[in-house]
Design a protein around this ligand. Structure first.
Ligand SMILES: Nc1ncnc2c1ncn2[C@@H]1O[C@H](COP(=O)(O)OP(=O)(O)OP(=O)(O)O)[C@@H](O)[C@H]1O
Ligand SMILES: [Mg+2]
Length: 682
């Protein structure tokens, strides 16, 4: 590539930027250089909790109200690192609790001495949350504002010994002088710092050893000894096992605490000639690896009791005590997760009691807001899947998932489906926000049971694969897959529950029918000028009726009685009883009259009910003219076909269908009407 011209310049800048970055990330200097960095930017000395909290809030927030309480959404949970791949939706209240714990830990109020335990039903985003936190820790260490440092020993004999725990260089200040030195450092800090510089804990055993030995060699001169130290920027990386650890218990008999705390290296003992030489130790336990960052405990409650003491020491004292070896200080966030069944199983266990006392449990329930649940599948499938997904497909799957998680409402005037919609922020006559809050309060198990997103994800992908030749994915394919999957769902083994889930699928199918029926009706009636004509006609008649006049027939010019059949035909569509018709007509005329006084003209879109009634009436008239029911029979004359094509195009333009799914949905609705027509006598 040439270096002239705009593209060359751009390439050059990119290259320069990377070099700058590279230099920054590979910074190396003396201990004194490091002190200068600290003076300029004391945040490099933050502990693991402070860093984690700062990352989370660094992406900003937005606040909204729910049941009249302000809820904070942290943009961090949109996963800014991988374009939303691990975004967590719909459980902001719980994520807020998590962030508050991090905040309090960052300020040193106590949670930094505890284990965080995410607890929830299977597939409720626990691992996702931890994955996000780990990714963030890794990313942050590479940013200028997230820089952190460690050191290595450059020994007189030429060997280089890195701090095996990647410790903060300030720990090299001997404990007996720390208070004064840190005090002075804090005084010299430029500008306002968020946190005070503090150093807790001892050096790692290797550094302690080299320190002691070295001090002897230089006759006790600390300044000379510190000349052996090279400070380096520390980049955390899960893959390189630096600053990010994961511990997953294997089967119960096979657990060995050295996996957590590290182990003596017998080969090195032979080399060094002493088993008390700390250099004969492998600091490869997960706690050692995770120092300065974060350690995740997968299925924490499967941990063997033998590990309990390690875990408790690590959290409470920030110390690990390897077998036959000196104890070591650690600085890391400890976060575990467990699913609800596992947690309940161990609730009466003594092991749990000691642990429970030292853990902060954060509930991570399933989503109970329909539209939020739908976002999971939209994220998973909209971007990745090439073939079109018919409107409502993913939403109906989400609806089923949420319905399985809700308790039946105890109020007789509320169905489960209605309750679900209320939870999603829809309104329902007779229910205020306070009522909804009350509903939520009384159903305490909600979100802790039901179908997991993982099950739904699996079934959607099944449906995609099973009907690989189908031109698009539709709701029935997914709902059928969800249903047939129930047969051998490993987690649902009682028949009662399966039966309930099948019924709920029925509820969803019914709701889907209503939605698409409505869309097809609207698409058929979406002829603006026809609606306007019908509206004008209706209003002329109503006007004449209320004023006891006659209507001029626009065709013959003759004056006629108002067309009662037409008016009733419209009104019946929105269930206006004959006894109420006069009121309805009068209110409408009053409204139109008031508008006229303001010099405004009535438009059917100003009255939702009338609009709907007109649509339905128009649909009824047109349904026969496009012979919707004949669609099922496949023999269609060109004239009808042309009309159908218009409707199809409206479904595509106005409702997001593609060619195939529009045909599907038309056929489906036609079959519903064919059924309906067949039922009607005559
Ligand atoms: N609230 C949510 N927001 C976004 N995605 C979610 C949410 N809940 C679950 N998921 C999705 O569901 C799937 C399962 O999530 P994850 O593996 O994090 O669950 P888990 O709680 O760790 O489950 P388990 O208890 O089985 O380990 C993931 O694809 C995840 O993205
Ligand atoms: Mg998990």
């Amino acid at each position: 590539m040439s270096n002239s011209g705009p593209s060359g310049i751009l390439g050059m800048i990119a290259q320069l930027q990377d070099l700058e970055r590279f230099r920054e990330q590979n910074w190396e200097g003396s201990f004194e250089d490091y002190l200068e960095i600290v003076r300029q930017n004391p945040s490099v000395t933050r502990n693991a909790w402070q860093r984690l909290y700062d990352i989370v809030i660094s992406f900003g927030t937005e606040t909204y109200t729910e049941y009249r309480k302000p809820i904070i959404r942290y943009h961090f949970f949109d996963d800014p690192f991988e374009n939303g791949k691990d975004a967590v939706f719909g459980i902001d209240v719980h994520l807020m609790k998590l962030v508050n714990v991090l905040k309090s830990a960052a300020l040193g109020f106590g949670p930094e001495k505890r284990v965080l335990l995410l607890h929830g039903p299977v597939g409720s985003a626990k691992s996702t949350i931890v994955r996000l936190l780990k990714k963030a820790v890794e990313w942050y260490s590479r940013q200028p504002e997230g820089a952190l440092y460690t050191f290595e020993w450059h020994q007189p004999d030429g060997t280089v010994v890195p701090s095996p725990m990647h410790e903060e260089p300030l720990r090299l200040v001997p404990p007996e002088m720390r208070t004064q030195v840190i005090e002075e450092l804090n005084r010299q800090v430029a500008g306002n710092a968020t946190y005070r510089i503090e150093i807790d804990g001892d050096l790692d055993p290797v550094s302690r050893f080299l320190f002691r030995e070295g001090l002897k060699q230089v006759g006790g001169d600390w300044n000379q000894l510190i000349g052996r130290i090279r400070v380096k920027r520390l980049l955390l990386s899960e893959r390189d096992r630096v600053g990010i650890g994961t511990f997953q218990p294997k089967d119960e008999k096979n657990q060995d605490s050295t996996e957590l705390t590290g182990d003596i290296n017998y080969r090195k003992i032979a080399e060094l000639g002493s088993d008390s030489d700390p250099r004969a130790f492998n600091f490869d336990g997960e706690f050692c690896v995770a120092n300065r960052g974060i350690i995740e405990f997968v299925e924490m409650l499967k941990l063997d009791v033998a590990f309990l003491y390690d875990l408790l020491g690590a959290s409470q004292e920030h110390v690990i005590k390897p077998k036959k070896f000196a104890q070591t200080h650690i600085d890391e966030v400890i976060i575990g997760h467990t699913n609800e069944p596992e947690y309940r199983k161990l609730q009466s266990n003594e092991f749990m009691e000691a642990l429970r006392d030292r853990t902060i449990k954060i509930d991570v329930p399933y989503i109970t807001r329909w539209s939020q649940e739908a976002r999971i599948y939209q994220r998973d499938f909209k971007r990745r899947v090439k073939k079109p997904i018919a409107p409502h497909t993913l939403e109906m799957a989400a609806m089923f998932a949420v319905l399985t998680r809700l308790e039946d409402p105890k109020k007789p005037n509320l169905t489960l489906l209605q309750k679900m919609k209320l939870y999603d922020g829809k309104t329902q006559p007779g229910f205020t926000e306070d009522n909804v809050k009350e509903l939520r309060k009384t159903a305490i198990r909600e979100g802790m049971e039901g179908i997991s997103p993982r099950y739904v994800q699996d079934k959607i992908s099944n449906a995609l694969v099973r009907d690989a030749d189908a031109p698009s994915l539709n709701a029935f394919m997914v709902l059928n897959e969800l249903e047939s999957g129930l047969k051998n769902h490993s987690l649902i083994n009682d028949e009662e529950r399966k039966k309930r889930y099948r019924e709920l699928l029925g509820v969803v199918k019914k709701e889907y029918e209503d939605i698409v029926k409505n869309e097809v009706q609207k698409a058929i009636a979406a002829d603006e000028s026809a609606i306007q004509r019908l509206c004008g006609n209706y209003i002329d008649n109503v006007k004449a009726y209320t004023q006891k006049e006659r209507v001029k027939n626009s065709f013959t010019g003759a004056y006629e009685e108002p067309d009662e059949r037409l008016m009733r035909n419209v009104e019946e569509k929105i269930d206006i009883a004959a006894a109420r018709k006069d009121d309805f007509r009068r209110e409408l005329m009053n409204y139109i009259g008031a508008l006229a006084l303001d010099g405004k003209q009535f438009n059917y879109k100003m009255n939702d009910r009338l609009y709907r009634a007109l649509e339905l009436k128009l649909f009824e008239d047109q349904k026969d003219s496009i012979k919707l029911s004949s669609l099922v029979s496949q023999v269609i004359d060109p004239d009808t076909q042309a009309k159908i094509d218009i409707v199809k195009q409206r479904l595509i333009d106005n409702y997001g269908y593609d060619q195939h799914s529009a045909t599907d949905v038309l056929n489906f609705v036609a079959s519903i009407f064919a059924r309906g027509d067949a039922k009607e006598p005559g």
